[in-house]
Design a protein around this ligand. Structure first.
Ligand code: SAM
Length: 327
């Protein structure tokens, strides 16, 4: 079992399988993209399989596959097959923009992979195209509805962006009223790959909640697991729920149970700091398993208690894009 220096059990790994993405969301990266890593600097699929096995051996029981966009990797299903056969791994989840998932839906179902987070910051095509800089709305919307109707456990992640998509908050809840999905509203974070200067946010979780309550006054607070990053609510008469994720306000750090490994091997114990180690060369050298475990234990033993503490320790300028660090 992995336990950090603040006595928190670490059982959740967010594993990025690529830094590449086929969208260009303006809060994530500039229109020309970022300096993507060379292929040889990314873990191969065999290395990702081996890494997952090592991590599960250390007590990780939940892995979320993220990126970049996981489905731009043509060999992604090889990893997902491996994960679904790993004893001790109880939860395999995927975070995706849902542009490329369509052809894989049946296979995911047959593997028993049901937990899919779809990142969707708009419910109007124009808003979507303005934010993502790509004409993919219809495909994403159709895949989203397919996933829901095929019985996947779908959560929509919606970043609230001043002057961009606030007008879509109420309509997305209206539209999802009849579906058993959770729409989670997130605060913007300062990881945009230099696409704009990040000062602070206008739309924090309290403002988003007040905005929703002004339209739907009858909301009930739902119980959430201790390690949940979202505070969840039910609107009277709605089949689905909604949640608020204070990703910039960082009110949830105390119960953090997660660790990130980027597609290039960075071990990230908190988004608001620097990587604690890099595992790529370690993976490609002798005694890989033993040395990877040692690096992981070292990283977990030096975690900050909160994202504010980590930011204070780091004292750097956030230039990274979420596509590199695995959102
Ligand atoms: N391509 C996949 C997707 O779109 O879900 C996975 C990777 S993406 C980087 C993961 C998540 O990070 C998405 O939900 C995205 O909205 C979020 N994200 C990216 N940049 C962000 C930022 N600056 N602030 C908050 N969330 C961000």
């Amino acid at each position: 079992m992995l336990v950090d220096n603040h006595n928190r059990k670490i059982n959740y790994l967010r594993l990025a399988v690529t830094d590449r993405c086929n969208l260009r969301c303006n809060y994530c990266m500039p229109s020309e993209g970022i300096q993507f890593a060379e292929s040889k600097k990314l873990f191969s699929i065999e290395e990702l399989c081996k890494l997952s096995e090592i991590m599960v051996g250390q007590g990780i029981d939940k892995i979320r596959i993220t990126g970049g966009e996981p489905f731009v990797r043509k060999d992604i299903m090889v990893l997902l097959h491996k994960l679904s056969a790993l004893e001790g791994l109880e939860d395999i989840s995927i975070t995706t923009n849902a542009t490329l998932i369509g052809p894989y839906i049946e296979e995911l179902k047959s593997l028993g992979i049901r937990n899919i987070n779809v990142s969707l910051d708009a419910i109007h095509k124009e808003t979507f195209e303005k934010i993502t800089r790509r004409d993919q709305y219809d495909i994403v919307y159709n895949n989203l509805i397919r996933l829901i109707t095929e019985g996947f456990n779908v959560r929509i992640n919606f970043i609230a962006l001043e002057n961009q998509n606030i007008q879509d908050i109420i309509p997305i809840l209206e539209l999802m009223k009849h579906y058993p999905v959770s729409v989670r509203f997130l605060e913007e974070m300062p990881f945009n790959g230099g696409s704009k200067k990040f000062e602070s946010i206008t739309w924090n979780y309290k403002k988003i909640l007040n905005h929703i309550i002004s339209e739907f006054p009858e909301v009930t607070l739902l119980p959430s697991p201790k390690t949940s990053t979202s505070v969840n609510y039910q609107i009277k008469g709605h089949k689905g729920t909604f949640g608020l994720i204070p990703s910039f306000s960082r009110t949830f750090c105390g119960s953090c149970n997660r660790l990130r490994i980027s597609a290039t091997g960075d071990v990230i114990t908190c988004l608001y700091g620097k990587p604690r180690a890099n595992l790529l060369d370690v993976m490609r050298s002798e005694n890989a398993e033993q040395n990877i475990t040692a690096h992981i234990l070292q990283a977990i033993g030096t975690r900050s208690k909160t994202g504010f503490e980590e930011q204070e320790r780091y004292k750097g300028v956030f230039e990274n894009s979420m596509t590199s660090i695995g959102g």
